[in-house]
Design a protein around this ligand. Sequence first.
Ligand code: 6PG
Length: 240
Amino acid sequence: MPLVYVQPDNQTVAEEFAQWLVDWAKEQDQDKITIALSGGSTPKVLFKILAEQYADAMPWDKLHFFWGDERCVPPNDEDSNFKMTKELLLDPIDFPVDQTHRVMGEINPEDAARAYEKVIAEVVDHEDGWPVFDLIMLGMGSDGHTASIFPHEMELLEADTVCAVAAHPESRQKRVTLTGKVLNHARQICFLVTGDSKKEKVYEILKQEGNYQDYPAAHIQPIDGQLSWNLDEAAVALLK
Ligand code: 6PG
């Protein structure tokens, strides 16, 4: 069963998760901690808090940042998850470039996926042939997608590649995403999901009711790791 944490609002979700993340990182005894960050808007508050309040507390020198997914756009594009993270977190704390492993959104998507797989193969620990991230942060869309695994591409949950090229269902924007087996091999999987627009899917997934099997986020079940859902009151409104 996942751990479910509910806070009053998205700011408090971010504040509580930031403190948990720092405590967790400090407890890790390995000298390299691999973390795949989520994109979109939810993590923005978290990244600001980490930069402003934990610049001195977090063992940044041990962390290696990856992204769970990236839009196939240049790194200075407004849509880039890397750009958002760079502005809110990496630049303010002067995070080491050689510990930053972005998807090359500016090149051909298939080439970007293969190049990203190579970096993951070099940097991330592996078990039974799969990369095992120490922690993967995930968001969830109002359609139940996570990373860039969308309901119309459920096969990416079982893909035998580490990365895949996905397409946003409406915009058709190409994305590079970690695939389902990589997500489920992580030691810690942390969903951060807030807001009224997510409440239907949160309800169906956590209650395992309705069409929850149609939502990629429902299939994130760690093989050996720990799963947590970090939610605000708006996102759990139907569970009350
Ligand atoms: C992305 C994200 C995506 C995101 C969800 C939720 O690249 O957009 O990785 O999976 O986490 O779409 O996005 P919001 O946090 O903006 O609701």
